[in-house]
Design a protein around this ligand. Structure first.
Ligand SMILES: [Zn+2]
Length: 236
């Protein structure tokens, strides 16, 4: 269905129809624990192009995403949906029962890696994301944002060609503290080794602790920078 401007009008019915093939494709690559009811929990009656879906792996864990696919061709919209939906299904597989920051970070990172790996294998164009902006959001704001940092690493390790560095028509360059920048490079190296083996999402306790320490270091350095912005910290 096309609107006046040639932009696809994606309906909830259409989005619902994309779910079963997306689940089937996901299962070609990763083990879903069972066949949970991947049901739509809220259909946003006021906005026919948005939908909220849930992928409950069990009683405790529910993933929700609101998606609005209305700005592109139907094929492109389905590809964006797949990217998002595979990410959410990735959480079902990669969730770790732990309150650790690294457990949250890891599930976010692993889910995005899983989705981007399927995108690559299935020739499904993922959503383009600004890596510099993600980095800025991760470590240059008041609070450390492990979610944004997880997406930054997933994108920079797997999807460099798609993730662009333009925002609002301008080239965007985040200025990162050199010490924090080094810590980020260390984590990237750690993660680069972790994403290749089969079953990579099952991270060991040892690696999780290593990640935890590295993330805590970034957080601590952000705090030091906030408290003493003029302090010159020499490069390691
Ligand atoms: Zn996520």
């Amino acid at each position: 269905m096309e609107s006046k401007k040639g932009i696809a009008m994606i309906t909830q019915k259409q989005i619902r129809a994309w779910i079963p093939p997306a689940v089937e494709t996901f299962k070609k690559y990763y083990p879903l624990p069972e066949d949970p009811p991947y049901r739509i929990i809220n259909e946003y009656p006021d906005n026919p192009r948005s939908i909220m879906f849930t992928t409950p792996a069990n009683e405790i864990f529910i993933v929700r995403s609101q998606v609005d696919y209305s700005k592109s061709s139907p094929r492109k919209c389905q590809q964006l949906f797949n990217h998002h939906y595979w990410h959410e299904l990735g959480h079902v597989v990669s969730k770790i029962d732990s309150p650790k920051m690294s457990a949250i970070f890891w599930s976010e990172f692993a889910s995005e890696v899983m989705s981007l790996k399927i995108c690559k294998a299935e020739n499904n164009t993922p959503m383009a994301v600004d890596l510099q902006a993600l980095l800025d959001q991760s470590v240059n704001m008041e609070e450390f944002d492990p979610y944004a940092l997880a997406h930054y690493f997933a994108g920079s390790l797997l999807n460099k060609n798609i993730y662009y560095e333009i925002i609002d028509g301008k080239t965007y360059k985040a200025t990162i503290d050199p010490v924090i920048s080094n810590l980020i490079a260390n984590i990237k190296e750690t993660l680069g080794h972790l994403i290749d083996p089969p079953g990579f999402w099952k991270i060991t306790d040892e690696d999780l602790c290593l990640l935890e320490n590295e993330l805590i270091e970034i957080k601590a350095m952000m705090r030091i920078r906030r408290l003493t912005p003029d302090l010159q910290i020499p490069l390691p």
